[in-house]
Write a protein that binds this ligand. Structure first.
Ligand code: PLP
Length: 239
């Protein structure tokens, strides 16, 4: 079980079994393959095995890979990393989704820069559910006001929430955070009919996240193997 295709099957099986355990349909959870630091060749392999949604964190790296994969016209690109203002034009032009929205200014720029002949950009609000200083994301109390402000922007569509829970949390703490996200998500979905996506769960918390209602898991390591941290640093430096 070592090829990337075997790993894809394993991840799909884990999703299906977590769904089964919580009485959910396996199709109710989407798999986002997080391909940061990994070459376009690997993305193409997964694409040929049926994977369509890919997540990238670093703009320059992503644009290069998109260029190499431009023949795959139904691939769906998600931007999931921190966003600086001077990067919004390229993000608005080259991605289908942006999951890391936590500032109005960034949302406004994406709205203004998204071409009128493109479908609106799908966005998720990133929530800092464990109130970690080091992490991006809005505070849960800010969510409803922030969501209301985003409704002013016709070229972006609010689809839901994304979170990156604390890495070192105990399992009861983790459970609490996941459930808090689930409550925020249902509150938001009850107000906005476009909201249908709760992006929560990574390689090592996929199962509890699905049990807590995640509709999209973002999986890097379990698909591609460990990341080369040197690549990450280089890319950050150029970002
Ligand atoms: C890197 C990354 C992931 C993937 O994490 P793994 O633990 O490798 O599965 C998911 N979400 C975000 C926002 C990331 O930056």
């Amino acid at each position: 079980m070592n090829s990337i295709i075997d790993r894809l099957k394993e991840v799909r099986n884990s999703i299906a079994s977590a769904c089964l355990q919580s009485n959910r349909r396996p199709e109710s959870v989407q798999l986002l393959a997080v391909s940061k630091t990994k070459p376009a060749k690997k993305i193409r392999e997964l694409y040929l095995a049926g994977q369509r949604c890919f997540g990238e964190n670093y703009l320059q790296e992503a644009l290069e890979k998109q260029q190499q994969l431009s023949d795959l016209d139904d691939i769906v690109w998600h931007f999931i990393g921190p966003i600086q203002s001077n990067k919004t034009r390229d993000i608005a032009a080259n991605f289908n989704w942006v999951q890391s929205i936590d500032r109005l200014k960034i949302a406004r720029r994406l709205n203004d820069q998204r071409a009128k002949n493109q479908a609106p950009l799908n966005i998720l609000i990133q929530v800092n559910i464990d109130d970690e200083r080091s992490k991006a994301g809005i505070q849960p109390e800010q969510l409803l006001d922030f969501a209301a402000e985003l409704q002013e922007f016709p070229q972006v569509t609010l689809r839901g929430l994304m979170t990156l829970p604390a890495a070192n949390a105990s399992s009861s703490q983790q459970q609490q955070s996941l459930q808090a996200m689930q409550r925020l998500f249902s509150q938001l979905a009850s107000q906005y009919p476009t909201v249908d996506t709760l992006s929560m769960g990574m390689s090592n918390d996929l199962e509890p996240a699905i049990k807590a209602g995640s509709t999209m898991v973002r999986i890097g390591t379990a698909l591609f193997g460990a990341r080369d941290t040197k690549g990450v640093k280089n890319d950050n430096a150029s970002a």
